[in-house]
Ligand binder design. Sequence first.
Ligand code: AMP
Ligand code: ZN
Length: 481
Amino acid sequence: MEEDRAPSRAGGLVRLHNTLGRRIVDYAPLETGHYRLYTCGPTVYNVVHIGNLRTFVFEDVLRRHLLARGDRVTQVMNLTDVDDKTIRGAQEAGVSLTEFTAKYVDAFFRDIARLNVDPAERYPKATDHVPEMIDIIHRLQERGHTYESEGSVYFRIATFPEYGKLSGIDLKQTRRGERVADDEYEKEDVKDFALWKAAKPGETSWPSPWGEGRPGWHVECSAMSMKYLGEHFDIHTGAVDNIFPHHENEIAQSEGATGHRFVEVWLHAEHLVVDGEKMSKSKGNFYTLDDVLARRDDPAAVRYLLLSVPYRKKLNFTWETLAGAAAAVERIRSAAVRISEVVSAGTPAKPGAFPAEQRAALFRSEFASGMDDDLNTPEALAALFNFLRQVNAAIDEGSLDSDGARVAEGALGFADRVLGVLPKAPEVLPAEIEERIFARNDARRRRDFAEADRIRDELSARGIVLEDTPGGTRWKKASAV
Ligand code: AMP
Ligand code: ZN
């Protein structure tokens, strides 16, 4: 697939729904043409489920869209490898925390790679950043936001009048001085929360000015985001369950420590649900990527399903919707194959040819403006299918010439830089190639060298290179030569 760069819209505005203030904003990054993006990563106490993957794919689509506009992106995704759940898991398994989390870190990278999620610039681990967390707690202490109790340190929410500005919780409900030590809790439990937790017997711990202990989950993300993106950056994302308490607490800690604004735009993906219920590891109603691929071995279809529903709408996972996604991907793939056949065929231009330049330009601008509108993927996909319908009709009636096909290929490549559902190399089936090699050998036996050369050229145009060796004819993809 020929990849084509969009005319750069770098530095322009992207329309996004900011959870902070619950409104649509037309956003330009703090540094022109460069987005600094923090995406909350997995808690590595289990393999991720397809709900988590929905959020990771949404973040990948955001990243790819910003890059496709011609902007630069620095994305950081943390790995939560110490919190209540990882510690409990390691204790139950009777292994060290590092040994316990390592296999889930590997599984996470394998899963996102299978869904064609592009790697972030950095994947910091919480356990490698404890000194940075201690530093933030220090700063909070100096500014009067904390108190200690039995070797633990808590954030006193009454010292941060803006507490609640992200989630809109009602602070009147809270009783001064009530505190919560758990990493996760519900809105009904809005309370002072733990920044540092005194070590319990048998738990992994680190030395600190307050004694042996470990960081609270929320301070991990404040420390790792500010270390790599600066104390004021553009976009912070997660799913809606992160809004309270995790992101509310991140704002309180970061702004409490620095005295200024932390993040400009907060984006939150709605949940993936099964039978109307949030898919979650603790409820046990979840599918992993392996579970899904065991029934339908088509990662591109899973990716398509996850991205095809606007990120702010709930996505109800069913096998039927997955089948629909697979059919949609197949339509895109088969159009790509047909277009590349016209490119290879060398069909000359003739009067009345399909106006590829003009149609492709219109399609690109519709696709881009759909994506610029708070990542409206259904609108972008509608533009794509409309364009493919026109191109398919032109191929059917023989009005697409090879130059036009090259333009269409470029436009499809442009859309797929964001969608990421097409195979990277042109799709050629090994059996089909073997059949052509057999026909060529047959021609050579008949001493029909013209035909043999013709078949070699035909394969070469499809990116396949033949090598005649004493052991027979071998083939490889041109890019690998
Ligand atoms: P966790 O590993 O629990 O920290 O979650 C990793 C990411 O997945 C976080 O951004 C969560 O908000 C998100 N997440 C958790 N459950 C779901 C779900 N059912 N649908 C979409 N995203 C989810
Ligand atoms: Zn986080």
